[in-house]
Design a binder for this molecule. Structure first.
Ligand code: COA
Length: 735
């Protein structure tokens, strides 16, 4: 009996990050239906800085290997069009990472999205030659077009690993293929470019033309017809094109629409993974196979699958396989679902940062620890890419802490000069996560300030010294407050350097810091303090140290002073303790609040002046008008009393008065004054919460009091949307 050869195991991997199409559509001003319906795409996978086609391939292949089948692998065929080197095969790195046998040949294949099919056909021939061997075929790619290009929504990334053997458990590949080649420039990537160039619509047209050509050749070779097939799978750059391919093939063979619909249901199951992963070039046809098998509950054993493979440029092939009895027992459905379930949706900024990181590849780069998989791309050292196998993902130590933001209800600016301020912690947080790294560096992933990078302890120490010297010059009047921190991410780097000096021992390894926040930056809600406090707390606990409130406050104050000049410490205090406080000269009295208080706010946008500039400006007003401070003291006490006694009339009157005092010290821009005037005209009150602004038209957060409907109407007229905030009572904590 003739030996059958084909796919014995199949698995895919895609990184733990994706961009929802709805997010992309909003950012690019596209109708989301165009992407959801027109392309059939829901999300697309995004490659983080510390992954590449190599790490994705290692992750995908690891899932289908065990000690027994590994020992029988004598060939690795690595199909990709996003290779990592012009000369060396990416598969050699994977061979090393996976500890494959040394008597093994490894080879990289390229012909756009087609080459995995060529690899499979080569593997089938080699196994027929020697049936006891197994061959690992890996299709691994990152689909990359330009930011804001027409191709951008059809990106994605992933790897599919296939183990080929005699007597395969999943799909026996049949003899006879149909193929087609034509010299066309529909999609290509010159050596000097990171992104592919594409004639998008032309490529779809050629794809469909090559389908008809390769199908005709396949039928002529195999003597099979349409009715001999049960299922059709297509190369899937985006799901709608596979649907169109199916319709085009139905038409080509003269089918009526009802008979084509019968096979359409199976196609939809085959497209489920592509809809959320996007294009993974060489792997996409085989991702469809995995998707069909993982989603189809009916037994497909014995059914013939027709597969259409296409690679721009162009080469196409149509071939077939028979699903094997009992294939279900060999699928990795739960593993695949877990990969997709554990992914994080990126914001447009995070996606663009990841994208740009890969555009800036050069020598001597360290990549930050972003994903926590077993395999990682650690950077480039002396022109040599560094790939690492982590001991075990579960062995990675991870500590996360969160700290709340705040609203200063009254007393901002005056608090810097010793008056009390009324402040409340709100349920908006910055979360800092510290996790182990395998080198002596600190790597940072700070999406809110657009920074991905890593530094040695020594370099961080130098940064700390430089910033402290700059602050000294500010205190002596030799330098402006805006000239101390030159890049926003330096605040967190300084915080980490401080924490290292305080808590680390010479034996401590490097680690990775990632922050994420739902606090708007630079709008007066204490985002800097929440970042500093959560990072210090997470670092201390990661290094096995406890950190008391006083140390937290003192470490935080040093960092905040770099940004604010002379920080009152109020933001830090509330980020540490949570709750509501009357804060004065670094001391606080806890305030009781009515339990059901909702705070209505609008975000008028990040001010053009920073807190340091506003505080410097208001300082002059307090110096020129000595009675001003006392007026702030009175109004703060009045607001505190009104809130505690739930006296709405007093609250409105006091907030109006507070607003006038802020206008007097020049921190309320004219358009915001106009907005607040209209709020007052409908019976409400409003005031800037935070530093406000001494220039421009925006003032950060404005607190509103009054009738919901009336506030909504006025906010709407000014293009603002009202948000409701609740209090946080916990302060910084491990999560
Ligand atoms: N609601 C629903 N559908 C909409 C829509 C809306 N509001 N707006 C547009 N569409 C549809 C269009 O009608 C079109 O569908 P159709 O092709 O069935 O007519 C589809 O969305 C795409 O829109 P279109 O404007 O034609 O294309 P585009 O300029 O955005 O480019 C690609 C689309 C696929 C060509 C582009 O993403 C690309 O170049 N991708 C890379 C190349 C590629 O993947 N090639 C595949 C062959 S290998």
């Amino acid at each position: 009996m003739a030996v059958t050869v084909g796919i014995d195991r199949i698995s895919f991997y895609t990184p733990p990050f994706y961009l929802p199409m709805a997010t992309l559509a909003k950012a690019r001003g596209i109708d989301p239906d165009k992407l959801h319906i027109g392309l059939g795409q829901r999300d697309m996978a995004v490659l983080p800085p510390d992954e590449s086609v190599v790490t994705m391939a290692a992750h995908a292949a690891e899932a289908i290997l065990d000690d027994d089948n590994k020992a029988q692998i004598d060939t690795v065929l690595f199909a990709t069009e996003s290779g990592v080197d012009q000369s060396k095969a990416a598969g050699i790195f994977v061979h090393h990472l996976l500890d494959l046998p040394k008597n093994c040949r490894v080879l990289e294949l390229k012909q756009a999205c087609y080459s995995a099919t060529a690899a499979i056909q080569m593997a089938v021939a080699l196994i027929h030659q020697q049936p006891d061997r197994k061959i690992l075929v890996i299709a691994s790619d990152v689909a990359r077009y330009g930011l804001q290009s027409a191709g951008e929504p059809s990106q994605g990334c992933g790897s599919v690993a296939l183990l080929l053997s005699a007597n395969p458990a999943i799909l026996a590949i049949e003899p006879y293929s149909g193929y087609y080649t034509q010299d066309v420039m529909d999609f290509w990537r010159p050596n000097y470019r990171d992104e592919a160039l594409v004639e998008g619509k032309y490529s779809c047209q050629i794809y469909l033309q090559a389908l008809a050509e390769s199908w005709d050749h396949y039928c002529a070779q195999s003597k099979r017809q349409w009715r001999d097939h049960d299922i059709f799978l297509y190369h899937t750059p985006f799901p709608r094109l596979a649907e169109k391919a199916h319709q085009a093939l139905c038409k080509h063979v003269g089918l009526t629409s009802s008979s084509s619909e019968e096979t359409h249901a199976g196609l939809d199951l085959a497209l489920q993974y592509s809809r959320t992963i996007g294009n993974c070039y060489t792997g996409s046809l085989y991702l469809s196979l995995a998707s069909l098998l993982d989603h189809q509950s009916a037994d497909l054993s014995g059914q013939r699958v027709g597969l259409y493979s296409y690679g721009s440029g162009c080469v196409a092939e149509f071939f077939s396989g028979i699903l094997q009895p009992g294939y279900q027992a060999h699928l990795l459905t739960a593993h695949h679902r877990a990969i997709l379930k554990d992914r994080k949706a990126l914001s447009i900024n995070e996606y663009e940062q990841f994208y740009r990181f890969h555009s800036q590849q050069h020598d001597n780069v360290d990549t930050p620890h972003i994903s926590h998989g077993r395999y990682r791309f650690a950077g480039v050292d002396d022109h040599k890419p560094q790939y690492q196998r982590q001991k075990s993902p579960s062995g990675v130590k991870v500590v996360s802490a969160s700290a709340p933001g705040k609203l200063i209800l009254s007393g901002e600016h005056a608090v810097v000069h010793g008056a009390p301020a009324l402040v409340i912690a709100v349920e908006r947080y910055t979360k800092a996560t510290v996790s182990s790294a395998s080198d002596q560096k600190l790597s940072f992933h700070l999406p809110d300030v657009g920074h991905i990078g890593s530094e040695t302890f020594h370099k961080l120490h130098r940064l700390k010294t430089r910033l402290q010297e700059a602050h000294g010059k500010f205190r002596r009047g030799e330098r402006g407050i805006s000239d101390i921190i030159q890049k926003p991410f330096e605040l967190l780097q300084y915080t980490a350097a401080n924490a290292l000096d305080k808590f680390a021992t010479p034996d401590d390894q490097g680690f990775h810091i990632h922050t994420e926040s739902n606090l708007p930056i630079g709008c007066g809600m204490g985002s800097s303090a929440a970042s500093i406090i959560s990072a210090n707390y997470a670092i201390a606990h990661y290094l096995g140290k406890t950190i008391d409130d006083k140390t937290q406050y003192q470490l935080g104050l040093r960092a905040e002073n770099l940004q604010h000049g002379y920080s009152s410490g109020i933001d830090l205090h509330v980020a540490i303790h949570g709750g509501c406080h009357l804060f004065q000269n670094g001391q606080s009295t806890v305030q009781n609040m009515p339990a059901d208080t909702n705070f209505y706010i609008v975000n008028t946008g990040a001010p053009d002046a920073n807190t340091g500039q506003c505080v410097t400006h208001s300082r002059q007003c307090f110096q020129q008008q000595p009675d001003l401070l006392e007026k702030f003291v009175e109004v703060t006490q009045s607001i505190a009393y009104a809130l505690q006694s739930a006296n709405q009339a007093q609250l409105i009157a006091s907030v109006r008065l507070n607003h006038r005092l802020l206008v007097e010290i020049g921190v309320v821009p004219a358009p915001i004054q106009q907005f607040i005037k209209q709020i007052e005209e409908v019976g409400g009150a409003a005031k800037v919460c935070g530093a406000g602004s001494v220039k421009g038209e925006k003032a950060g957060i404005v607190w509103l009091i009054g009738d919901d409907q009336a506030l909504q109407t006025v906010a709407h007229q000014h293009g603002f949307s009202i948000e409701t905030l609740h209090s946080d009572y916990d302060g910084v904590k491990l999560i």
